[in-house]
Design a protein around this ligand. Structure first.
Ligand code: SF4
Length: 217
């Protein structure tokens, strides 16, 4: 477990539990070592926990973590702008383009054009986020290839997910995490762990502008 004093959060490590059955099948479940409850539980449980701020899934060679509030108390008292306590769901873009990792890049580009979106979430077969892919990722031409699309799939061009945020997380916390990691957009997950929206810096700026207009004397 580690803590972040600035955001009043801590991280509980994620492990992978693999269960081999008699027919040779392997079931893979993500298990979090919950420090407050002092037990190992399935990560899916965290999505309905009031302390859950976000989830950073494991990647190759790097362990994942659930980011949780350090206590049951409300957000940090130093937040002057009460508007920043607004939950992420009030600000996120709800119309989010999602693709699975095997979608060809040209189909992915067509989807982004059709929806006027700047990025799509890459999800597993259950709708859980595993990556994010933007316009510029799609258009990057790999060395030795003549075209940007050239038989590639979303898996080849996506950025593996570093973390997602819960729809209930305070905007101030989400922005802090995005700022620390240098991310312009992150997927927002719902109570069942599936993608329900996208939070972007552009969306936050628009929301703040609208808020200012609405509260101007
Ligand atoms: S989100 Fe809740 S259940 Fe999950 S690790 Fe944190 S405190 Fe435990």
């Amino acid at each position: 477990m580690s803590s972040n004093d600035t955001l009043d959060t801590m991280e509980c490590g994620i492990g992978v539990r693999e269960i081999l059955s008699g027919d040779g099948g392997v079931k893979r479940r993500l298990v979090v070592h919950c420090e407050p409850q002092r037990e190992a539980i399935y990560v899916a449980t965290c999505t309905v926990c009031a302390r859950c701020v976000g989830i950073r899934p494991p990647t190759e060679g790097l362990p994942g973590a659930v980011i949780c509030r350090s206590s049951d108390a409300d957000g940090p008292a130093s937040v002057e702008d009460q508007g920043m306590r607004t939950p992420v769901r009030a600000v996120m873009e709800r119309d989010v383009a999602c693709v699975t990792a095997d979608v060809p890049v040209d189909a992915l580009v067509a989807l982004l054009v059709q929806r006027g979106a700047s990025a799509a979430a890459v999800v597993d077969e259950d709708g859980h986020p595993i990556g994010i892919v933007s316009w510029s990722d799609c258009l990057r031409i790999p060395a030795g290839s003549a075209e940007a699309g050239a038989g590639r799939t979303a898996a080849d061009v996506m950025n593996p997910l570093v973390f997602s945020v819960m729809e209930t997380t305070e905007l101030s916390r989400a922005i802090g995490m995005m700022s620390d990691g240098g991310f312009h957009q992150v997927p927002v997950v719902m109570g069942d762990g599936t993608v329900g929206g996208m939070l972007s810096t552009r969306g936050v700026v628009r929301w703040m502008a609208r808020l200012q207009q609405a509260t101007a004397p």
